[in-house]
Ligand binder design. Structure first.
Ligand code: CA
Length: 479
């Protein structure tokens, strides 16, 4: 050994250089291999009440969303991307657990006023994506609106998030003015003074950038849940300037709130690039439900937040991952926010099949064309314990609508805008979809609390009908 080494080192300087080069190349190739195996960072960006057409990547043209559109172009746009509920809290409960929230009775918003007790909200017995990713070695962070458990025992830090900056409730003014325990900004449970805050959208962006900088060398998971563009309608001069071309004031302010998110995503994207971690960072973007009744744009879809028409449950939805997913793709088969948990867990090195409770599907084999077919044969929605429900099976969608006080059937392949109810001459399909719902619902539990949704539906629909009636000629009104 000694002689051989001596001979090699003394007599073969060229060989030694070759050895060093080989060693360097090997090292590099090992590094490359390791890089391929490095767990990607994961960022889920959730907006609140943003409409289908309120992004450029779905054809919107009045609100500037250039950063978001670029991120969408770098990845996959889901053109039939659904959430599991048409409004805030239950939709978030579904996304975070990968389960239909009716499984654990979370299909109503929590009571708004005052701090609810620890039995109201997603229970700790449900496993959240944050907990699953922590098991894979991720550092986890929740920033923004929480709204799946008001009580401190149900806050993000109790649900697998190492770090939390945000407010517990369903909505808050954007100036950070505290208004009770649900509408106060906390950092890991400690109240943040209003002086430290500027405009919540910017504050959340800044926190996100700090978290990324501090954790750039670890695999991290960030759940960045902006409350924009949910009411109240507050915006900064900078963002209002960016939408001053929109003449209708309500839309212009709403657009400014969306633009604030877009500017934030631009800064986050630049941070990832500057730290050389952008390629191996997954960014998922979606809205928690369809666009709000006023100022959002769900066109051409029918309906809005709260309804189970497409406009209430189909949302702007995209996912980018430069190192792992080809860009410039549109995926048209229906996908669900429930799919994020298994998809991201498997990417992170876990095994979603071992998580028996999940209702979502790992989308990666579909996005990579490794399997044929559709991720979902069936998708279900249930509001207020079945006050409203919907089933999508293939191209058909059944909607038991409280708004319209009847059960509607649509052939989405030929009527994607839900203009023609075909229930009355397809009773066999109606019956079969009703049977699917009954079977699915037998594995759910009753809502563990109720919200005013039923009352609101009746109020809204009455107002809608009265306004239409009042537009008629006096002769017809008399008739
Ligand atoms: Ca919402």
């Amino acid at each position: 050994m000694f002689n051989a080494f001596k001979t090699f080192s003394v007599l073969s300087p060229l060989a030694f250089i070759a050895f060093l080069s080989t060693s360097f190349l090997l090292k590099n190739s090992i590094k490359q291999t390791d890089t391929n195996k490095v767990k990607p960072n994961i960022i889920i960006v959730l907006t609140d009440d943003q409409g289908w057409a309120d992004v450029g990547f779905n054809g919107g043209s009045d609100i500037p969303t250039h950063n978001l559109d670029r991120i969408a172009k770098e990845g996959v746009v889901f053109s039939n991307g659904y959430v599991s509920h048409p409004y805030c809290s239950p939709s978030r409960a579904g996304l975070l657990t990968g389960r239909y929230q009716a499984r654990f009775g979370h299909d109503c918003n929590m009571p708004y006023h005052g701090e609810n007790d620890e039995t109201i909200g997603t229970p700790l017995s449900e496993k959240m994506i944050s907990e699953a990713l922590k098991e894979q070695g991720y550092i986890t962070s929740a920033i923004g609106k929480w709204h799946v458990g008001d009580h401190p025992k149900l806050h993000p830090t109790e649900q697998g998030f190492d770090y939390w900056f945000g407010f517990p409730g369903g909505g808050m003014n954007y100036w950070g003015i505290p208004d009770g325990p649900l509408k106060t900004i906390y950092k890991n449970g400690v109240e943040v003074s209003q002086e430290e805050l500027s405009y919540l959208t910017d504050d959340f962006t800044n926190e996100a950038i700090t978290f990324i900088n501090e954790n750039k060398n670890k695999p991290f998971f960030m759940y960045l849940a902006y409350n924009a563009p949910h009411a109240p309608d507050h915006a900064t001069k900078q963002y209002l300037d960016n939408t001053k071309h929109i003449e209708y004031a309500g839309r212009s302010i709403y657009g400014a709130m969306v633009n604030g998110v877009d500017v934030g995503l631009g800064k986050i994207d630049s941070t990832l690039t500057a730290l050389s971690i952008k390629d191996n960072t997954i960014i998922v973007f979606l809205s928690d439900n369809g666009g709000r009744v006023e100022h959002a744009d769900n066109r051409p879809n029918r309906g809005h937040k709260g309804m189970l028409f497409e406009g209430g449950i189909k949302v702007p939805f995209c996912m980018s991952w430069p190192a792992g997913l080809s860009g410039e793709q549109t995926y048209a088969h229906p996908v669900s926010s429930l799919d994020l948990f298994p998809t991201l867990l498997n990417i992170a090195g876990g095994d979603a099949k071992l998580e028996k409770q999940l209702d979502g599907i790992d989308l990666m084999p579909y996005l990579e064309n490794k399997v044929d077919g559709k991720p979902h044969e069936l998708l279900f929605w249930r509001s207020s314990g079945g006050f409203e429900y919907a089933i999508r099976k293939g191209g058909f969608k059944l909607y038991k609508s409280a708004y319209k006080n009847k059960t509607l059937l649509f052939d989405l392949e030929n009527d994607p805008l839900e203009r023609h109810d075909i229930a009355s001459f397809n009773s066999d399909i109606v019956q079969s979809l009703e049977a699917e719902y009954t079977k699915w619902n037998s594995k759910n539990i009753a809502p563990r609390w109720f919200d005013p949704h039923e009352k609101n539906v009746i109020k809204e629909e009455t107002k809608f009908k009265n306004k239409r009636a009042n537009s008629l000629s006096p002769k017809l009104k008399k008739g």
